[in-house]
Design a protein. Structure first.
Length: 465
């Protein structure tokens, strides 16, 4: 037995004696971390305290073992076609949650332009934004509402079959929309240019399954949950081609709590059209999955102090993933082509108390609806805007790429929770605790500070699967 196998055996023996077989551990943890709402109406104190401590031990062990392995051969890919920003792409759209009897009922969505003027408001829920930033989509009863990102006016409503607890997704080119729902278990595909449903099927779908659309003509749709169902689309009908068995992905699927629950999509299909990369917030794992062979290719793992602190941001070319932990200031860069953790650094100190993080192990602020978007990438790929949150470093850190050098800080005393950069990179929007938004120019000068409706949650960012 080699030293690595011996170490693994000793670790499993030690953990098994107190927690059962370790391979099944995360499968039990992930459902407990699954939010009961699609937004963050309540702070659930201590709900994940016991399992989180065990999860952190396992995560640290897995990470150290991963770092000792030989790097995989990597992914072969082609250049990505740049997305051209559409009308309204520089406007920020911010959700403010509405509730009744502590139950989520929808959002007031406020649009703000780079001059700081409110351009419109929308009442909606389950929102997505087109890849070019020009349109907003929202599920309604038996329909899909389409809004302009210029001023929020409704452009059309596309009829849908009835769907409950639907998880929607757009194609990378913005041509198609799909939604997977339950009660009944259904999958619908919408041609957004034609404005109608072009295919639907009622079959047993993976729980919490998100539809991922592949190909310019939507040749395949994958419903990704604990298992993955692969459907072929011939232009009129779906045909189930393959269905994996057993536990496929770390997080029981691609999202935990809703499409925008991780501060942006926590997954991306690479430019080769066959490699799905998914980040699991609950344990810090990054998974590479081959959608053609329907097999898991590789996994890596980062260390993280809290499963609700890490915000995933993909580069525009899809070759890199930036994982920023707002509560500690730690930034990890994942090379998606070579399937490695390329760099890790500390953007800022975690606060005055060096043991402050220990409290999160014992009492965890489990936001029951999402993860704040604590990092944003400039459109030119030269900067990461990283903000402190959860008692971490306050203000905005300007992190230069690719060297990860901190070149400046904005608003060092501000208490912020989310950040987004406009499509042209000239405007930075900052959501501040207390339902305020700050609009800044790219040089850090402030344009305006506005008050938003109560319970403001985050930005609706362009959806690029």
């Amino acid at each position: 037995m080699n030293p690595e196998d011996a170490l693994r055996s000793e670790i499993h023996t030690a953990l098994d004696s107190v927690a059962g077989p370790t391979p099944d551990l995360m499968g039990g943890i992930a459902p407990r971390l699954r939010p009961v709402s699609r937004r963050r109406p309540l702070v659930a104190i201590g709900q994940v305290a016991a399992v989180l401590g065990i999860a952190l031990v396992v995560a640290a062990v897995a990470f150290s073992l991963h770092r000792s392995r030989v790097a995989p051969p990597g992914v072969t890919t082609a250049p990505t076609t740049p997305i051209v920003a559409g009308p309204g792409a520089n406007n920020a759209w911010i959700t403010s949650q509405q509730s009744s009897n502590n139950a989520y009922t929808g959002d007031i969505v406020t649009g703000i332009d780079p001059t700081g003027h409110v351009v419109g408001t929308i009442n909606a829920r389950d929102e997505l934004r087109s890849p070019d930033g020009s349109l907003l989509y929202a599920l309604v009863d038996r329909g899909l509402d389409v809004y302009s990102a210029v001023d929020g006016h409704k452009e059309q409503t596309i009829p849908l079959l009835p769907v409950s607890f639907g998880l929607p997704m757009l194609s990378a080119d913005g041509h198609y929309f799909a939604v997977a729902g339950s009660s009944p278990s259904s999958l619908q595909l919408v041609d957004l240019v034609a404005g109608r449903v072009v295919a639907s099927t009622n079959v047993g779908l993976p729980a919490f399954g998100v539809p991922v659309i592949i190909g310019e003509q939507a040749q395949h749709v994958y419903v990704v949950g604990p298992t993955i169902a692969k459907f072929a689309f011939d232009g009129t009908t779906f045909r189930l081609e393959q269905h994996t068995t057993g536990h496929t992905l770390a997080c029981d699927g691609l999202v935990v709590g809703g499409i925008n629950s991780a501060g942006g999509l926590p997954f991306r299909v690479l430019a080769d059209g066959r490699t799905l990369v998914a980040f699991c917030p609950s344990d810090g794992r990054i998974t590479w999955f081959d959608l053609v062979a329907m097999t898991l290719v590789h996994e890596a793992q980062i260390g993280q102090r809290n499963p609700f602190w890490v915000s995933p941001v993909f580069s525009s070319d899809g070759n890199s993933l930036y994982l920023y932990e707002g509560g500690t200031g730690e930034l990890h860069v994942i090379d998606l082509l070579h399937q490695t953790v390329a760099k890790s650094t500390k953007v800022a100190s975690a606060g005055a108390n060096p043991l402050a993080w220990l409290g999160s192990l014992l009492v965890t602020d489990a936001y029951a609806g999402g993860i704040d978007r604590t990092a944003a990438l400039s459109p030119d790929g030269n900067w990461v805007y990283a903000i402190g949150d959860f008692g971490g470093p306050s203000g905005v850190s300007l992190v230069h790429l690719p060297d990860l050098a901190v070149k400046g800080r904005w608003l060092p005393g501000a208490s912020l929770n989310s950040v987004w950069a406009s499509a042209d990179g000239r405007t930075i929007y900052l959501l501040e605790n207390g339902d305020h938004v700050r609009v800044l120019r790219s040089d850090g000068s402030e344009v305006v500070k506005l008050t938003l409706p109560s319970n403001s949650f985050g930005f609706i960012v362009p959806t690029i699967p």
